[in-house]
Design a protein around this ligand. Structure first.
Ligand code: FES
Length: 354
């Protein structure tokens, strides 16, 4: 490993490893630098310039998320020049979109809103006409309001670099630049898999969960971390609960493995079965042609009796067991053990995917 060297940030001497950016070193040492386009696990495009800092002898302010540290570097993160530059960027971003917080789902959980508040900006000095895009309402899962997009590119990078779906990218130029699938289609007409990674990555209200609209403000929502039940990977997710009901599912990037916060379409949008009124909550046994609710003890007695009858009459190999990818490894192990040791057959299989 290359040797660490000394740099100075805000008058503090810090030992920094080569290869790290100014932002990474600052964060590791508890020094705050605001960011918008930076997103852990993706490349740094240096798009927003909110993270600028002053580096001694540098010609201009530099984007700390892209600039690697070098020996002897002297960095200042909060001079008046730096603060003015960041404020200008934030004002321009605010002015260039239709950031109407009153009806925005991200109100209270918006990174642009937080920066505006932190920088004490009453209103932007600039007047820029909103682009006037129609809100995309053509699918039931993701709502896109490009009038709120700040072109940070986080959605593009998670789509291409983390999920590798390669659906989103920039199109057009200048003030007409926008993010979307090829040929400017709606998501529903594109190759989008609806993993929802772009929703999690969006720092503002441009890409939001459609089903969660008007279903609880961020500060009213309780997040409960759990393990996805759809397959055996064990992805960690946060159930967002309001009034005892799951309103949306978000990735948990803090927890880490195995999914590092990413989810697939099933984990992200397939949890509505939990509150579905048709969901079976007790076993049903057919009696006189009608399904009737039963206790678990009654159900297990019934199953055991039927298995015994079939086995006595036709032999153990007349029974086959089919397990599920929704079970854990341990459950699947127990299931095959049950089929072999209790039923007495090797007829065991499971669905590899759902
Ligand atoms: Fe560094 Fe956007 S966070 S340029």
């Amino acid at each position: 490993m290359d040797k660490k060297f000394l740099i100075t940030i805000d008058g503090k001497d810090i030992e920094a490893p080569p290869g790290q950016t100014i932002l990474e070193v600052a964060r590791e040492n508890g020094i705050y630098i605001p960011t918008l386009c930076h997103y852990e696990g993706t490349t740094n495009p240096g798009a927003c310039r909110v993270c600028v800092v002053e580096v001694e002898n540098a010609r201009t302010l530099v984007a700390s998320c892209c600039m690697p540290v070098s020996p002897g570097m002297v960095i200042n993160t909060s001079t008046d020049r730096v603060k003015e530059a960041r404020k200008l960027v934030v004002e321009l971003l605010w002015a260039s979109g239709d950031h109407n917080c009153l009806t925005c789902e991200k109100n209270g959980d918006c990174e642009l809103q937080d920066l505006i508040y932190e920088m004490k900006i009453e209103e932007p000095r600039f007047k820029i006409e909103s682009p006037g895009y129609e809100i995309e309402q053509t699918n039931s899962m993701i709502q896109r309001d490009l009038n709120k997009c700040i072109l940070c590119g986080r959605c593009v990078r998670v789509c291409n670099e983390i999920q590798v779906n390669e659906v989103l990218d920039f199109s057009m130029r200048g003030s007409r630049a926008k993010v979307g699938p090829a040929f400017d289609t709606d998501l529903i007409d594109s190759e989008c898999y609806f993993c929802g990674e772009c929703v999690d990555a969006c720092p503002v209200g441009a890409i939001t969960f459609k089903q969660a609209r008007f279903e609880g403000r961020p500060w009213d929502i309780e997040k409960v971390r759990t393990t996805c039940t759809y397959c055996g990977v064990g992805c960690q997710m946060d159930l967002n609960i309001y009034n005892g009901k799951i309103v949306k599912v978000t990735g948990n990037r803090e927890y880490g493995p195995p999914n590092q916060g990413s989810l697939c379409v099933k984990g992200r949008f397939g949890m509505d079965f939990i509150d579905n009124p048709d969901r079976l909550k007790t076993p049903l046994i057919r009696k006189d042609g009608e399904l009737e609710e039963a206790t678990w003890d009654e159900a297990y007695d019934f199953i055991a009796e039927k298995f015994t009858t079939v086995k006595e009459k036709h032999g153990a190999d007349s029974i086959a067991g089919f397990s599920s990818a929704r079970c854990t490894n341990e459950e699947n192990y127990l299931f095959q053990k049950f089929m072999r040791a209790v039923i007495g057959t090797n007829n065991v299989d499971h669905c590899a995917r759902l």
